[in-house]
Each structure stands twice: as structure tokens, then as C-alpha cells.
Ligand binder design. Structure first.
Ligand SMILES: C[S@@+](CC[C@H](N)C(=O)[O-])C[C@H]1O[C@@H](n2cnc3c(N)ncnc32)[C@H](O)[C@@H]1O
Length: 242
């Protein structure tokens, strides 16, 4: 890593080195099916390049189709070692790893066809900066897919998420991050976002520099609550819900 890490990223790197040993068996178990669903929101064409920011132990890697090339980037050497083990064990020759800081990613603008960010936007020091980078790195027709917990709009739940935030910060992420804060200063279009059920903690958000989305691109479970951007209502044939 060329650039010196700031204090928050240095703490995060050490913390996730510790998490690495038991991540897959704990938090990873909880979120694995959602990670797979997040990846289904991109359908890479042959030869396309996908950036997975904060790839961690590489739980997403076995679920990328072999027709694309994946670059998994992470701060933590410990997490990346686990990801490298998966690549070796499962012969994932289309997956590559880079140790780097998402606050200063070592890639040229528009290098990637799609960008995936799972459970990482609430971990970095500046969520809006991460998204701005994703916007810079993705091609104009690409997708940026975020899977994360965002602070609830419900006042009571949102208050608890705020109160519990110091505890969650100690174990590695923010519990009080609103989606709106991530989108500050971004020119991306929110194509759609959904939870697998109304009371799920996690949300999948699909963004793009373009506001064009075909109905058959959207892969969501039947009971999921889809929210579309107002500009896409005619595509989905449904009233705006956000
Ligand atoms: C909660 S884990 C998520 C891992 C994986 N994406 C998943 O869904 O299982 C968050 C990951 O983000 C990484 N991370 C945090 N801040 C980062 C930064 N500034 N640059 C790169 N990776 C970062 C951590 O090292 C950790 O592996």
C-alpha cells in the first residue's frame, strides 16, 4: 500500500486481522445468502472486470461466474489470507486479490465494469468518499451494488441504532449510517433497492451512472420489498415508494 493509512483505517486493519479467524463462522454465516443475492444483481458479460471492495475473507468469490475477472481489494492482510485460501482450494483462477485502502484505491478511472461493496461502506472512515471512488472507477453503463445495514427511518429503531453505535464501532462497523449520508455528493442514480423481507436488517442497493435498467435485470426474492427510483417507475410499472 503506497499511501499511509489514516488512524481509523489503521485500527480497522488490525481489528479485521483479528476477525479473520472466526469471520466466516460467525457474521459470515448470517449474511452469506444475502451476499449471493447481491452478486445476482450484476450479470457480467464475458470478459468483464468486477471490483469487490472490502472483499474480506472472500466469501463472495466462489459465487462470481467464471466468465468475468474479479479483483478483490481489502485493507486487512489477515482477511486477504483467508480469501487467498479460498482461491487456492476452489481453483478460482478468475479471482485476484489486492491489498489496498478504499479511501485511495490504486486504479485508473473507469477501470471496472461493475463494483460490489458488501458490509464495508459502514466500516470505512468516509462512506461518501468510498461511493465517490466507486463512481469514478466504474464504467458509465456499469452497476455499483451495495449490501449493508443502513440506519432505519423508523425513529425508535434509528435511535437505538444511534445509542448502540459506540459498541458496534468497537467490533468493526457503524450501526447508525443512513443511506443518504453515503449518497452525499454523488451523481449516481439509485436504480432500485430492496430488503429480503420487511424486517430484515440488511438492504441491497443498486446504483449506476446511467438511469437505464431493464425489468429482467432485477433479481429479487418474491417476498422482497422493491423500491424503485421515481425515474424508473414506468420501467417497473409501479408507484414510487421512496
Ligand atoms: C465486515 S467486513 C466485510 C467483508 C466482505 N465484504 C463480506 O461481506 O463478508 C469489512 C471489510 O472491509 C475491509 N475494509 C474496511 N475499511 C477498508 C478500507 N478503507 N479499504 C479496504 N478495505 C477496507 C475490512 O478489512 C474488512 O475485511
Amino acid at each position: 500500500m503506497a499511501k499511509k493509512l489514516n488512524m481509523k483505517e489503521r485500527y480497522t486493519s488490525k481489528l479485521y486481522d483479528l476477525w479473520a479467524a472466526f469471520y466466516d463462522g460467525t457474521f459470515g454465516k448470517l449474511v452469506h445468502s444475502r451476499q449471493q443475492l447481491a452478486l445476482k444483481q450484476i450479470r457480467p458479460k464475458d470478459g468483464e472486470l468486477v471490483l469487490d471492495i472490502g472483499v474480506g475473507t472472500g466469501m463472495t468469490l466462489p459465487h462470481y461466474p467464471e466468465n468475468c475477472t474479479v479483483v478483490g481489494m481489502d485493507l486487512s492482510g489477515g482477511m486477504l489470507e483467508k480469501a487467498a485460501d479460498k482461491i487456492d482450494e476452489k481453483s478460482l483462477d478468475h479471482c485476484n486479490l489486492v491489498q489496498g485502502d478504499a479511501m485511495f484505491p490504486p486504479f485508473a478511472p473507469q477501470s471496472f465494469d461493475h463494483v460490489i461493496i458488501t458490509h464495508t461502506i459502514s466500516v470505512v472512515s468516509e462512506p461518501a468518499k468510498l461511493l465517490k471512488w466507486a463512481e469514478t472507477l466504474v464504467k458509465p453503463t456499469g452497476r455499483i451494488v451495495i449490501l449493508n445495514h443502513f440506519q432505519s427511518a423508523n425513529k425508535f429503531i434509528g435511535w437505538w441504532e444511534h445509542v448502540l453505535n459506540p459498541f458496534f464501532l468497537k467490533i468493526g462497523w457503524r450501526s447508525d449510517l443512513p443511506l443518504e449520508e453515503c449518497l452525499e455528493g454523488s451523481d449516481l442514480h439509485t436504480l432500485y433497492h430492496f430488503k429480503i423481507s420487511q424486517f430484515d436488517f440488511w438492504q441491497i442497493v443498486v446504483l449506476s451512472p446511467t438511469n437505464k435498467v431493464e425489468k429482467d435485470e432485477v433479481v429479487i426474492p418474491q417476498k422482497a420489498k422493491l423500491k424503485s427510483a421515481a425515474s424508473l417507475d414506468s420501467t417497473f410499472g409501479m408507484p414510487a415508494t421512496n
